[in-house]
Design a protein around this ligand. Structure first.
Ligand code: GLU
Length: 520
């Protein structure tokens, strides 16, 4: 049964299946989704594939899949069904034909036989004259205020000459509407072209199909990018021809690069699936995209929102007009906030399979059961979550938690080794061998007690210990890291390290060591 207009909120995201899901598309989908959720309405995804030449096989499903990966699940779509289908325009051709017939009968539309060459010539001529290019109405019938006799049109039809159907834009009227984001907008019909509604291949144009579908699918709010604002007069005229009430419109601000140019279309920079592949989480992506044009209130400092929170807080009224700058650093910052706050189990779910595949690739000297246990991984997570940009880096950037170092950062070794470093390390190993409490606190105390009588600073040992046990010169707190490695691993790595790093005899005696040798 048809609900009275204005009763139920129904929004739609209407992507053309021409490739990947652009962040701009995700923002449109998200705002439509949020507005529907906020008002207990329906969110629909409709595939607009009327441009058959640009259609990419499988793009419809992959767009929906990517959307779902970010947590946006439509109520109605090609995958979810619904009462207003089909949800793909190429399966609705008979509907558009029927409505096109109606407009032809009503004399709101006419056949046009102008060839591509003629149109191009006309366009060039108008440009030369400094006019805005528009169809010259060569085929507008006499009976509709044009110059073409009906007999000529009938003749072409009988000869089956390829043609399109154009809408007849009324002369000199003003077309006004209230945009939810932009406020009152007015267009002069003299600036509106006699838009093609049906193409010669029998497919409708975007404008025609989208108006019909928005009406038949009972869309209450059309929320889309600002680039579609200029299409509004055509759409509103079509609603008027049919005697339909148009949905409310909200045109979202442009997305800009930090230099305020229009956001790039280069896939690597803006494809949502690529962000996911790089390791950004759906939470951070959604949060980031939500803030591209919307804020909760003037002066509101809050920046971190979950999808559920957005479903409650979002409002179309708080979407701004000014272009929204796409600042990737903000996304990075948000990702870090999410990693800091994410429950350990969730991170475990991501890193467990990564560790598994690492362990399949190479063997380890550590106890596999121990390093794969939730307890061990949990300790690694807590040490690393503040230091990584992506969850997967917990495994990829800190492989020393799972594998003995294969090499040492040479620069770090040269910087941190003194002529007597190896001797002091050797003595320290014998002390460590006797340590029973291998906790970070006790390790710190042990090291400090050890260096003090030798008139060395803790750093004298801290850096070499880190390099020998992890291979690199930076990382989380040394003492905590050693505690997680455990005594056996620490001692094994230190002994191995001392065998591999040697300071030549002649360098001893206070001079900065030069020919340090690091053996494999
Ligand atoms: N199919 C159009 C697009 O690709 C949809 C525009 C609209 O939302 O009306 O963006």
């Amino acid at each position: 049964m048809r609900t009275a207009p204005g009763q139920r909120v129904r929004t739609r995201f209407a992507p053309s299946p021409t490739g990947y899901l652009h962040v701009g598309g995700l923002r449109t989908a998200l705002y439509n989704y949020l507005y529907a959720k906020k008002t207990d309405g329906d969110f629909i995804v409709r595939i607009e594939d009327t441009d058959q030449a640009r259609k990419v096989e499988g793009a419809d499903r992959s767009l929906l899949k990517t959307l779902e990966m970010t947590g946006i699940v439509p109520d109605e779509s090609i995958l979810h069904g619904g009462h207003f289908g089909p949800y793909v325009q190429s399966e609705r051709l008979d509907i558009y034909r029927r409505f096109c017939r109606q407009l032809l009968d009503q004399k709101n539309a006419y056949y046009c036989f102008s060839t591509a060459e003629e149109l191009e010539e006309n366009r060039k001529l108008q440009m030369k004259q400094g006019l805005q290019p528009k169809y010259n109405r060569k085929w507008l019938p006499e009976e509709m205020g044009g110059t073409m006799p009906g007999s000529e049109i009938r003749k072409k039809m009988q000869e089956n000459v390829p043609h399109v159907v154009r809408m007849r834009v009324p002369d000199y009227i003003s077309i006004m509407f209230d945009d939810v984001v932009r406020g009152p907008v007015e267009f002069d019909s003299a600036t509106v072209d006699d838009q093609v509604l049906m193409k010669s291949d029998g497919f409708p144009t975007y404008h025609f199909a989208s108006v019909i579908d928005d009406h038949l699918m009972e869309i209450s709010h059309v929320i889309r990018g600002e680039e579609w604002l200029s299409s509004m007069p055509k759409h509103l005229l079509l609603y008027d021809f049919f005697g339909w009430e148009p949905p409310k419109a909200a045109h979202l601000p442009l997305l800009l690069n930090p230099d305020r140019s229009k956001l790039s279309k280069r896939q690597g920079d803006v494809a949502v699936e690529d962000f996911l592949k790089k390791g950004y989480s759906s939470e951070a992506i959604i949060n980031f995209v939500a803030l591209l044009g919307w804020n909760e209130g003037e002066g509101c400092e809050r920046e971190v929102y979950s999808l559920e929170e957005l479903e409650k807080t979002f409002s179309l009224e708080r979407v701004g007009k000014a272009g929204a700058v796409f600042n990737i650093e903000k996304l990075d910052w948000l990702e870090k906030q999410y990693i800091k706050a994410r429950p350990q189990e969730k991170i475990l779910d991501v890193i467990r399979p990564l560790l598994q595949s690492e362990l399949e690739k190479k063997s380890t000297d550590m106890n596999v059961d121990h390093i794969s246990s939730d307890e061990y991984l949990g300790q690694v997570i807590e040490l690393m979550r503040e230091r990584v940009s992506f969850e997967h880096e917990i495994i990829t950037f800190s492989s020393y938690f799972f594998f003995d170092p294969e090499a040492y950062d040479e620069k770090a070794v040269h910087k941190r080794w003194a002529p007597d470093t190896n001797d002091v390390l050797r003595d320290f190993i014998t002390v460590l061998e006797t340590v029973e409490d291998f906790s970070a606190d006790n390790l710190e105390k042990t090291l400090k007690d050890f260096v003090a009588p030798r008139e060395k600073k803790p750093a004298f040992l801290i850096h070499p210990l880190r390099i020998l046990t992890s291979g690199v010169g930076f990382g989380p707190s040394l003492y905590h890291m050693l505690e997680v490695f455990g005594k056996e691993t620490v001692l094994r790595r230190l002994r191995k390290g001392l065998e591999r790093i040697s300071v030549p005899q002649q360098e001893q005696g206070g001079l900065p060591p030069r020919g340090i040798v690091i053996r494999d």
